[in-house]
Design a protein around this ligand. Structure first.
Ligand SMILES: [Zn+2]
Length: 399
């Protein structure tokens, strides 16, 4: 299977033909189809398949002497955000298989294992916590908390994975697996317009997190309830959205409210409850913390004015990730000098960087759009990415 054939096989999976957006949420039918595709590709290449206890998949190319330690891991994820693009995640997995094929075609023989990973629930689109699979693997979330995370239908993570042959009591850090990995190099589509050349190397992931705002008021009739009698949670919610934009401008950060649940959600009913999710990222911890504090303060003030209760809960927070400098420099040198750039997007490579050297290769995105159907990479740039990844793997897993 060439890159183009693999790409074509995945392209229709979970695609909404009306919008062109992808809906591949962890352990739903389209994502399971992507997993089956991964296992087929691994088996077709004679790679050793490993399913960890956290729902992550690995395909190993072992050296002739069967060495299992000192591995070079690559790959990415196969799940998507709601209505996401085709490239975010799958590009790294497809490129990894294509890079392996390239090395084999060149008769390269690795002295260290090369692994292809597909990490579970990277986007957190189903259970709310991004990079859930790698967080569990790395011990960056407790199994207790992960088990009780709920999806939009109220099903817990424990219930869902149990239905797919995983034992919820066995999830959590896996030192045995991670001790076998010397480094992780993730290839990913660039998610902004910063990269002007086909391939670049990541310097850092800026601090980012997610917070949930629960506004609780009183459900009532939209026609008969006097304005003065209302306790409408939609009003402080609206204040909070505007405050997020203002706070981001003040603190040189970004802030987004991209998801909101309104209960009961009737046109002719004052809501009883509004739950909104705030995503904020910035150049440093202080900028993000100050942004969230300002939003919280504005929400509290508006909530008090409208006799509504408000609570803010942090769902996840990731401090700045500076990718391992010597690995990053090695990639840049091996590739003959490519641009080095930071990103505002979170990745499994960021989570794993707490435990082992990690690095990222970015492939140019001419639209600069991501997490939306317009996300794109030119076929020639994708092949340049495969070439770069193969060069890096050869350097790290040979000799
Ligand atoms: Zn991604």
């Amino acid at each position: 299977m060439t890159f183009a054939e693999m790409w074509a096989a995945l392209l229709p999976v979970g695609r909404d033909d009306a919008t062109g957006g992808y809906h591949r949420f962890a352990w739903t039918a389209p994502e399971l189809e992507c997993r089956a595709w991964f296992l087929d590709e691994a088996a077709g290449r004679g790679l050793e398949i490993e399913r960890d206890a956290n729902g992550n998949l690995f395909a190993w190319w072992l050296p002739a002497d069967g060495t299992r330690t000192g591995a070079v891991l690559t790959g990415s994820h196969l799940d998507s955000v709601p209505g996401g693009g085709a490239f975010d995640g799958p590009l790294g997995v497809v490129s990894a298989f294509a890079a392996l094929d390239k090395l084999r075609a060149e008769n390269f023989t690795p002295t260290k294992p090369i692994g292809v990973a597909a990490f579970a629930e990277e986007e957190g689109a189903r259970f709310g916590v991004a990079c859930l699979g790698s967080r569990l693997l790395a011990g960056a979330i407790t199994p207790e908390r992960a088990r009780t995370l709920r999806d939009g239908n109220g099903q817990t993570f424990a219930e869902v994975i149990a239905a797919h042959n995983l034992d919820p009591t066995r999830i959590g850090p896996d030192a045995d697996l991670l001790n076998r990995v010397a480094c992780y190099v993730e290839l990913h589509v660039e998610q902004g317009r910063a990269l002007q050349e086909p391939v670049g190397v990541a310097s850092a992931i800026i601090p980012h997190g997610r917070w949930r705002l629960d506004f609780t008021g009183e459900g009532n009739h939209a026609g008969t309830t006097l304005l003065t009698d209302r306790r409408d949670p939609m009003l402080p919610f609206a204040h909070a959205v505007l405050a997020a934009r203002e706070a981001a401008e003040r603190h040189d950060s970004v802030a987004t409210v991209g998801k909101v649940n309104v209960v009961p959600g009737g046109v002719n009913a004052i809501p009883s409850q509004v739950t909104a999710w705030l995503d904020s990222r910035g150049p440093d911890d202080d900028a993000v913390r100050a942004t969230v504090a300002d939003v919280h303060e504005a929400a509290r003030r508006a909530a008090a004015e409208h006799r509504v209760a408000v609570e803010l809960a942090e769902e996840s927070y990731t401090e700045v990730v500076d990718f391992n400098k010597s690995l990053r420099d090695r990639l840049v040198t091996t590739l003959g000098g490519v641009p080095v750039l930071p990103t505002g997007a979170g990745h499994d490579a960021g989570i794993l960087s707490a435990l082992l050297p990690t690095a990222m290769l970015f492939v140019r995105n001419p639209t600069g759009v991501s997490h939306a159907p317009a996300e794109y990479a030119e076929p020639a740039d994708c092949l340049a990415g495969v070439e770069a990844l193969a060069t890096v793997l050869k350097d790290l897993a040979g000799g």
